[in-house]
Design a protein around this ligand. Sequence first.
Ligand code: AMP
Ligand code: MN
Ligand code: MN
Ligand code: MN
Length: 277
Amino acid sequence: MTPIKPDFHSHSTLSDGKLTPTQLLQRAQTQQVTMLALTDHDTTAGLEEAQQAATQCGIQLINGVEISTLWQNKAFHIVALNIDPKNPQLMAGLAKLQAIRQHRAEKIALKLQKKGISGALESVTIASNGGMITRPHFANFLMQQGYVDTMQQAFDKYLGQGKSAFVKTQWIELEQAIQWIQAAGGVSVVAHPLRYKLTASWFKRFLTAFKDYGGTGIEVITARQSPQETQLIAKYAQQYELLGSMGSDFHTPNNPWIELGRIPSLPNDIQAIWTSF
Ligand code: AMP
Ligand code: MN
Ligand code: MN
Ligand code: MN
């Protein structure tokens, strides 16, 4: 029997990933991933192609999406897993987020324009090719135009929180997102829990709310995480009775540090979220 090698967090060209859904599944196969969730930002548009490729590659595809939410006016990413992408409530919700993203892109472009940087909206619209427009698209544009040398610089100088082209965005409420996910038969997972730069007490309040609203899981394993960090999240998972998920958050083959399926296994005392998939 082949051992299970899961990865429940990845992106394609339908949002800020570099590989098409087909290329992503092919890479997953090369990496011997046995279960893969495609979780593009606020869209399920890549899932149909991904399913076809998954069947070809003999990989179990888990239908997913990474939803941009707000709780207490702070942004949180919620990974939805095992959803029915055709569920009308979820589709209507994602359509709302897609409109918010488009509107935000226009505002970011205006802010760049005020800094003397023109052509951003046209460029990211072409680059996103009908998928979601994300900040990495703007970062790529700024690199191509020579305004910055690296992706990180683009965030530090223009796109990051509080920087000159940052647009505070009214994503949808956490509670709302969890409801849509439930309506679509899926489970809600806190994405990359240590990336929110919250104090422990704020993070605990967040987990309390997440659980109250019907949240199910937390990414106990993400890429580039120390054993101490894993232990910390595992402790939260136990304390708040959340199931454990694991995902690389793979975006591009150009990042040598993050590879599909190349993540440690779940600690033994954590209950795996995917046993029911
Ligand atoms: P958005 O959802 O459009 O705000 O874009 C967020 C995405 O930008 C995240 O999912 C990451 O892929 C990427 N990102 C965020 N911060 C950084 C950063 N400092 N450097 C590189 N990529 C980043
Ligand atoms: Mn991303
Ligand atoms: Mn995220
Ligand atoms: Mn992600």
